[in-house]
Design a protein around this ligand. Structure first.
Ligand code: NIG
Ligand code: FE
Length: 422
């Protein structure tokens, strides 16, 4: 241990619980004994050992430890994973929030040239520097709310130049560190003005994806996932399938918006393509649930969107009972302006009938699985990254129960062994 690079961090609590994920859908709650628990993070930022403090102190010489974080009385949770966000954009849509409160629907506003189209025009005008500054600020707020791995989408460029600009901004944030990022190319987030959906599909497949692939091969970008907004009046089932297949062919993980406002059977389509994840799913059918259960595609449910748009929530109980892996995302975007996973978990419990433990699993291990990262993220296990949230509360459930109080309850956030918020 001492031979490795950076620093060794030991985090201990006393007489409290921490959560250790053993495997998918099996997060085990451990009640700490009097001695509490210790987590040892090696100098590369990975968890080297997890055990009772008694065992850890017998096994290691305290002199070899560079930093000791005394978390007596705290609960230690895995860092939260936000499986769905749109965090790169300029301009806000507070005026549209007022329109929606007055009765306009999401699609009414979209068809009038607002919604995603409004954000596209603002984002196209913004330069990389401006977009990076606001992204960094938003990521910092997410980290303060306990997020240590976040999926970040492009999708407000809708042309090659601006989609690449967004992906470069995400890449810069990834390189800067402080939070882990899974990046998603979402060039088919809406049909740009002046094009038909088929023309936009062809542009994405023939022009944008090959160009992005070249940038990835040249080492200028890292892109992990491919996304499309499969929806009535946006990209239909066949166009969405073609886009997702083209992304998969160049090595991207399929992770897309489906069954949100209308049932198009995109859950079945995604399952057929072995999608890693499908988001929203308010309108999923029973056969869609069965298809996702057998393909192992993760259902990423987004309580903030259903709440803001007053949609019927997705049938999460039926999904869980059928064996679908359910994950959570904030869906942070100008329509659903929420950066905080503790609030997302609260909404998931109340509006989607999840238990607090299910919500925590969905916001950690299952969300990591949605991003293809459950081997390295989402639970406190030896060999995984040392990403943790330390909660100053009598039990971890308070973080969900005390809605909106996470800024008081989160005492410290650790990313790869380094304190990134305190
Ligand atoms: O996940 N539904 C499509 N995409 C986003 C909304 C993006 C926007 O309205 O700017 C979502 O809710
Ligand atoms: Fe979204």
């Amino acid at each position: 241990l001492v031979e490795r690079a950076h620093q060794i961090v030991q985090i201990s609590n006393t007489g409290q619980r921490f959560l250790k994920g053993k495997e998918l859908n099996d997060l085990v709650v451990l009640q700490g004994d009097k001695g509490g628990y210790s987590i040892l993070v090696d100098r590369d930022g990975f968890i080297a050992d997890v055990d009772t403090s008694k065992v850890i102190s017998a096994k290691y010489d305290i002199c070899d430890v560079d930093v000791v974080i005394d978390a007596t009385g705290q609960c230690i949770l895995p860092g939260f994973v936000d499986a769905h966000t749109h965090p790169v954009w300029a301009g806000d849509r507070v005026h549209e929030f007022a329109m929606k409160l007055a009765g306009a629907t999401y699609m009414d506003i979209h068809k009038m040239g607002g919604g995603i189209h409004f954000t596209v025009s603002q984002t196209r005008q913004a330069d990389e520097e401006e977009l990076f500054t606001s992204l960094r600020d938003r990521l910092a707020q997410m980290v303060q709310s306990g997020t240590t791995l976040v999926e970040c989408k492009s999708g407000y460029g809708l042309d090659l130049e601006n989609e690449v600009k967004m992906l470069k901004v995400i890449e810069r944030a990834r390189k800067e560190g402080g939070v882990d990022i899974s990046s998603t190319y979402c060039g088919a987030h809406a049909v740009p003005a002046g094009k038909t959906a088929q023309e936009a599909t062809d542009d994405v497949i023939r022009n944008q994806i090959p160009h992005i692939r070249r940038l990835v091969e040249a080492g200028e970008l890292q892109v992990d996932n491919i996304d499309v907004f499969c929806e009535l009046g946006v990209f239909d089932l066949n166009q969405s399938r073609d886009i997702l297949k083209a992304g998969k062919d160049v090595g991207l993980q399929i992770n897309f918006h489906g069954e949100e406002l209308h049932r198009l059977n995109s859950a079945e389509m995604g399952a057929e393509l072995q999608a890693h994840a499908i988001s929203h799913l308010e309108e999923i059918s029973e056969s869609g649930i069965e298809a996702m259960a057998s393909s192992g595609s993760v259902a990423v449910v987004l309580p903030t969107t259903a709440y803001t748009l007053r949609l019927k929530p997705p049938p999460v109980r039926a999904m869980i009972e059928s064996g679908v892996t359910v994950a959570l995302g904030s869906d942070y975007n100008p329509n659903a302006h929420c950066l905080a996973m503790p609030l997302v978990m609260n909404l998931a419990c109340v509006t989607m009938k999840m238990s607090m433990t299910e919500a925590l699993v969905a916001a950690t291990l299952n969300a990591a699985h949605a991003l293809g990262k459950s081997e390295s993220h989402g639970s406190l296990e030896v060999g995984k990254v040392g990403n943790m949230v330390l909660v100053a509360a009598p039990s971890w459930e308070h973080l969900i129960y005390q809605m909106g109080s996470h800024n008081n309850l989160i005492w410290r956030v650790v990313w790869r062994g380094q304190t990134v918020y305190h």
